[in-house]
Design a protein around this ligand. Structure first.
Ligand code: PEP
Ligand code: MG
Length: 556
């Protein structure tokens, strides 16, 4: 993409958008002040605070009422913070002591932020929502426009440092045509929500701060480039190419195969029945990753076997006759499950997570397997069970023995480099593998997948990661065993073609990505995929890998 001023970041959701820019406003931190509110003005300062908090709560409630699903829940929780009696009491106490309302709000909120942070896990993640609500109340007190996502008059491309969960919850794809953030990584919250909504997205765009409000901008979510005041003819060409891509995706129907008929299984990643319903409406041939732990994030104690059977069967029921790959509990690190995570680990990503939790509470795993076996009995298609975070051959052998006892197919996720390096020995023990590129990338690159400052390391096109995927895929071909990919890499249409070229047999992704990946594969030959696969592992960085693959895949 060439135009007047072209910048770039890490592309995460493909698609071209052309619209005016709109910045998500942030609120400057309230400064320390020695100002004391005179005693006779304190009750009106308290009233001013209550009115501001009421206005913010009402706005969030209204937005929750106009939204559905998770988005509505997130907004309702944010509204709940603004009406929380404990928080309001803390603010009022400080105003009664003479603090101006803005400072009182900042100080009182900090008390709760500290409590949440110390509690860790899910509670700690709520800090962002709490601070978001605080910023809204402070802006209201200062008479400034509401921070967070603006409500635009027409289509815009949103620019932000990063998005808070409450920001992403209510994005309307009709108005928000694209998102570019200065921070964030390919597996960050922003990227995952944008992928679900199909909003083109670029993250880690370092020079984003130089882009003004309200200028004409075109962005390309495939290459990660964006241009200010683009040349109208070039913008036109890009928009037409994108419209064609969307048309092909709309018109695509499975079963998936390359242009020359090489079949590939396209499956859906889900976490609950709502996800299974979305997947059912897509062209997914089955479920490639059922993240069971995500059904349990908000509950304090382990559900009974009967309750687990109900949860699993509710998902299986939407895919009669189809293959379903279930992952046993992947608790710990970025997925804290109250009844299965080990608290206070120094380094949870390298701690007791995934299959390792069974070393602490074996019953948790056996009860989950009992429930899955029962749900599988009621399902008339193949049920495959896999374990997350497997690092040793002995773990794989042991897990396979537990699953095969029930005549089910046993597999493991390839997320730890050790498993990819020793893949031949692992494949002798199990029936299939599924590569979790999100964690594999994190561990190969020694870069936290959620750290907004490390997006260039956690790019799925890192040649070192691609070389390990190639090693696993080739071993799968040698052993005649299926190798799937269920990390975010599978949802990138061009990377999906590369993975097919390496010998991967199935790709599992968010339902929204399926038509784009399916139509891309229908457009390239197996030979092109294989050539691209051979080329990317010789690249020296992710951008070069992307460019060489695109040149091969786009050649006529
Ligand atoms: C992965 O690590 O790529 C994966 C699919 O698992 P999760 O994202 O749930 O850790
Ligand atoms: Mg993982």
């Amino acid at each position: 993409m060439k135009a007047s001023l072209t910048l770039s970041g890490t592309p995460v959701v493909p698609g071209v958008s052309h619209a005016k820019t709109a910045w998500i406003r942030s609120v400057p931190e309230p400064e320390e002040t020695s100002e004391i509110i005179p005693e006779d003005a304190r009750s009106s300062e308290i009233e001013r605070f209550n009115a501001a908090a009421d206005t913010v709560a009402q706005r969030l409630k209204d937005r929750a009422a106009n939204t559905v699903g998770t988005a509505s829940d997130i907004l309702a929780v944010a509204a709940g913070f603004a009406t929380d009696r404990g928080w309001r009491r803390e603010v009022v106490k400080r105003i009664e002591g003479g603090a101006p309302a803005v400072q009182a709000v900042a100080q009182a909120t900090q008390v709760f932020v500290d409590i949440f942070r110390q509690a860790g896990g899910l509670m700690a993640e709520r800090q962002t929502d709490l601070l978001d609500m605080r910023n809204r109340v402070i802006a209201e007190l200062r008479g400034e426009p509401e921070p967070g996502v603006p409500i635009p008059d027409g289509p815009v491309i949103l620019l932000a440092d990063d998005l808070a969960p409450a920001d992403t919850a209510a994005l309307d794809p009709e108005l928000i045509r694209g998102i570019i953030t200065r921070l964030g990584g390919p597996t960050s919250h922003t990227s995952i929500i944008c992928r679900q909504l199909g909003i083109p997205c670029i993250v880690a765009a370092r020079e984003l701060s130089d882009v003004p409000e309200g200028v004409d901008l075109i962005m390309d979510g495939d290459s990660g480039e964006f241009s200010i005041s683009p040349d109208p003819d070039e913008a036109d060409v890009l928009a037409k190419t994108d419209a064609e891509r969307r048309r092909l995706a709309r018109e695509w129907h499975g079963p998936a195969q390359t242009q020359d008929g090489h079949p590939i299984e396209i499956l859906a990643n889900i976490q609950d029945e709502a996800g299974a319903i979305r997947a059912e409406a897509s062209e997914a041939a089955g479920i490639g990753l059922f993240r069971t732990e995500l059904s349990f994030l908000n509950i304090p104690s382990e559900p009974s076997v009967e309750e687990q059977v109900r949860i699993y069967s509710s998902v299986f029921g939407h895919f009669p006759g189809a293959k379903i790959v279930v992952r046993t509990l992947d608790a710990g690190s970025d997925k804290p499950v109250a009844f299965a995570s080990v608290p206070d680990e120094e380094n949870p990503a390298l701690g007791v997570r995934g299959l390792r939790t069974s070393g602490i509470d074996m019953g948790l795993l056996t009860r989950q397997i009992d429930a899955l076996v029962e749900a599988a009995k009621r399902h008339d298609g193949p049920s495959w069970i896999m374990a997350p975070m497997v690092s040793t051959v002995a773990e794989a052998r042991w897990f396979a023995s537990l699953i095969r006892e029930h005549d089910l197919k046993a597999g493991i996720m390839i997320e730890v480099p050790a498993a990819a390096i020793m893949i031949d020995q692992f494949l002798e023990e199990i029936d299939f593998v599924s590569i979790g590129t999100n964690d594999l990338t994190q561990y190969v690159m020694a870069a936290d997948r959620g750290n907004a400052n490390l997006a260039t390391y956690t790019d799925n096109w890192q040649p070192a990661v691609l070389a390990l995927i190639q090693r696993v895929a080739e071993a799968g071909v040698r052993h005649g065993k299926p190798v799937g990919v269920c990390g975010e890499a599978a949802a990138d249409p061009n990377l999906a073609a590369v993975l097919v070229g390496m010998g991967v047999t199935s790709l599992s992704m968010a339902s929204g990505a399926i038509p784009y990946v399916g139509s891309r594969l229908a457009n390239v030959t197996l030979e092109q995929c294989q050539e691209a696969a051979a080329a990317v592992v010789k690249a020296s960085d992710p951008n070069e890998a992307r460019q060489v693959a695109l040149a091969i895949l786009n050649a006529d």
